[in-house]
Each structure stands twice: as C-alpha cells, then as structure tokens.
Design a protein around this ligand. Structure first.
Ligand SMILES: O=C(O)CCC(=O)C(=O)O
Ligand SMILES: [Fe+2]
Length: 418
C-alpha cells in the first residue's frame, strides 16, 4: 500500500475534517489498519468497548484526534470506497452516522489521490441516505479528469450533490454538464432555446400557461423523476439557481434505492417483476390550456418501464415510481394498481429517505435521475418573490428491470442528444 506524506496539505485537510469528524468508525482490513497506524506515529486510543473481531474485517473505532495525520486520509477513503466491494463481496456498510463515520477499505488507495498540491474536493453528507455538498471545486473551469471522477462517484453514492457559489452562465453550465455526458434538448415537450439548446428555463410561472387550475393534491403530488415518459429518461439533471428567493423555494429529493431496500422482501419479490406505464399527462381534475394540450398532443410520450429498475452503473435496485408520470401498473386491475401505487408513492417519499436543499444564488444541484425523485417547491406561489432556475439533463439509457428486460416505448420517439 502506498501512503504519500500529507504534511503540506495536512492543515487544509485537518480544517476540513476537524470541523465535523472528531471521531470516526472504520471497517477495514486488518492489514490496512495496521499500515495506517504504524505510519501515524501517533498514540492510538481505542474506546473501552472496542470490538475485536478476528475476521478479515477488523472493526475499529478511531478517535481521530489521536490520529491527526491520518484522519483526513481515512475520511477521504470513506467516500472513495463506498461503491467498491468488500472482500466477501457484500456491499460495504458505509454510512455517516452523526459524528461517527463508517469506512470500508478493501483495496489500497490509488497513489494519485493524495498527491500534495492537488485539489482536494470535500464531500459533506447532508443526511444519512441522500445528498452531499461538494466544496473546493470551481465549476467555471474545466475539471481535471480525477475531479470529474470524484464528482461522479459522489453522485452515485449520495444521489444528489450540491455546489454553492458557482455563478455559472448558460455557456458555463453547458460546458460543466458536457464533462459528464451527452446533453438532451432543454425540454422534449416544451422546446428549447436556439442559442443554448440544452438549457431548460425553470421559471417560477412556467406552469401558468399550462394548467388553469390545480388538480387534487395528494401527499406525493408533484414528486417526479424527470421525463420518465420517454423510453430513455435522462440519466442526470443539473439545476442552477439564478434568481433565488430570500427564503422559501427549497427543493426536495428522495432516494429510491433506499426506498426499495426498506420494503419487505415479500413485497420486493412481488414488485420486482412488475412493469408500469409512464405518460406525459396532467392531473385528472386540472383544466389545461389549449396551448398546453397542443404541445402535449404533438409530443405525446408513453413508455412501459420496470417498476424496479436496476441501476446501470451501481447495480442497485431502485423503486422506479415517478409519481407524476407513472399512471398504472401493467397486469393488475385498476383498483389493485391504484392501491399499490398509493402505498409505494407514500413509502417512496418518507422523510428519512429525503433531503431538502435551501438555495442561494449560485447554488447548483446535480442529481442521479435513475435513482431519485424530486419535488419542485410550491410555497413560492404564495409570495411575490421571483425564482428563475435553469436545468440541463444528461442523456440516459433505456431502463432495465430485475429480470433483465428493457423498457418498451408505446408512443413517441427516444430523446436524442443536442
Ligand atoms: O424548481 C425546482 O426546484 C425543481 C424543478 C424541477 O423539477 C426540475 O428542474 O427538474
Ligand atoms: Fe424535475
């Protein structure tokens, strides 16, 4: 294992770590742990309840102030290793728990990761299951390939990542997004800007010319995954706040992988093989404007997706149940479908699976649209505060179910890149 000296970057890393990682919890191989401690040259104090397990994984509770030189190394490792496999093939139990962190370390870090003088991005989890803020990166500049990779890894782990104080214009947001994949048109139904074809204007009153009256409000009303009516919904969305209300207007996301994992295995087994119809439509009781109806008529999108989607990059199973677009479950009676969807939607948006983000001018949210659903705020309509955001979506794959079967297009063409 290669551990590079951290002396010159230590202070910076210490500042990062010291603030919120006074203590850490590690799960790592015995050999890695020994290397770590032998190199620390510091006294290691283990708490009384230190559990000694003579297994391949040694569980250690580390009081990081006794390991100042390596605390940053351990913390950084935590985020790197989350998506790797443990030696016995099981997923590593890596979850930040209050002031305690769990780490899974099974392979030595790549030597490049800790080079002195390199930008160190900081990843601050915002809740147990979803959301992390990324600091220490300037998105107006082209990113180093390893930074792109770190952001990707954080996105896969935390499902939505946030950046602050990034005052991007349309061109810079487009350039940032292109580093992560091909871009979709701004909006497949509502069109896009000629100069910046990937930008979709998320204006406060964008709905005003669509629906004249609000439909019936359910607990899950408004929650959605972007454009799941398409056969190939976007893989990710990148939303930037340009005009941000002084308060109010928060956006929420939910982790559909954790939602799936928290269903009973009996229900998981039942829904694993089901498929559901997603369509672009408006709430049943809403009265739509002619202009809106005409747009939707011209670009009707209907697709049949698996109800449980296997994530193409992580292999995780997600409850793929975009409440706004998903209309019915195939092969169930209408009543069965309605009742099961109510149960799944209610479950998918349980507060413990969600994160809520307070925007500031220059904030940017980047979410994995394959494993999350989100809720645009409604409180903004009760104020005169303006709110103007801009979104870019990345091209996505055709979803695949647990049985390996792909989604099927019923009406409309696939999204094509711009
Ligand atoms: O306005 C928001 O916060 C989110 C809007 C939305 O659903 C989106 O940009 O995909
Ligand atoms: Fe959305």
């Amino acid at each position: 294992m290669l551990l590079l000296p951290l002396a010159s970057s230590f202070e910076r890393l210490e500042a990062i770590t010291g603030k919120h990682t006074q203590r850490g919890q590690a799960v790592c191989s015995l050999q890695d742990a020994e290397t770590l401690f032998s190199l620390s040259g510091e006294r290691l104090k283990l708490p009384d309840e230190f559990p000694v397990e003579q297994s391949e994984s040694l569980k250690l509770r580390i009081i990081s102030r006794y390991l100042p030189r390596h605390a940053p190394y351990v913390k950084r490792m935590a985020y790197r290793c989350h998506t790797t496999q443990t030696t016995d093939g099981s997923p590593p139990p890596l979850t930040p728990l209050g002031g305690w962190f769990m780490f899974a370390l099974t392979s030595p870090p790549q030597s490049g990761c800790f080079k002195e003088g390199k930008t160190v991005i900081e990843i601050r989890p915002m809740s147990i299951h979803i959301g992390a803020e990324i600091r220490g990166v300037d998105l107006t500049q082209p990113l180093a390939p390893e930074t792109v990779q770190e952001i990707r890894t954080a996105l896969l782990q935390w499902k939505v990542v946030f950046f602050r104080d990034q005052r991007l214009n349309h061109q810079q947001q487009t350039d940032f997004a292109r580093q992560f994949g091909q871009l979709t048109p701004g909006h497949v139904v509502f069109g896009n800007d000629a100069t910046y074809p990937a930008i979709y204007s998320v204006a406060k009153h964008r709905m005003a010319n669509r629906h004249q009256r609000q439909g019936a409000m359910k607990p899950w009303t408004g929650w959605h995954t972007d454009i799941t009516a398409a056969i190939n919904p976007p893989a990710a969305s990148i939303l930037r706040g340009e005009i941000v209300p002084p308060y109010g207007g928060d956006t929420q996301w939910t982790n559909l992988v954790v939602a799936y994992e928290n269903l009973s295995s009996t229900l998981q087994g039942f829904i694993d093989g089901l498929r559901a119809v997603h369509r672009y439509a408006v709430p049943q009781t809403a009265q739509d404007t002619e202009e809106y109806n005409e747009l939707v008529r011209r670009r009707t999108l209907v697709s049949e997706h698996p109800l449980v989607r296997v994530h193409p990059e992580t292999g995780e199973r997600a409850l793929y149940c975009s409440p706004s677009f998903l209309k019915s479950i195939v092969d169930l009676t209408p009543r069965e479908s309605e009742q099961l969807l109510k149960l799944l939607w209610e479950h998918a948006i349980r507060p413990e699976f969600t994160v809520r983000f307070k925007w500031e001018p220059g904030s940017l949210a980047f979410w994995d649209n394959r494993s999350t659903a989100h809720l645009a705020p409604r409180d903004i309509f009760a104020t005169d505060f303006d709110r103007q955001f801009y979104r870019i979506t990345l091209m996505g794959d055709t979803p695949v179910g647990v049985d390996g079967k792909e989604s099927v297009s019923i009406v409309g063409d696939p999204i094509t890149p711009v």
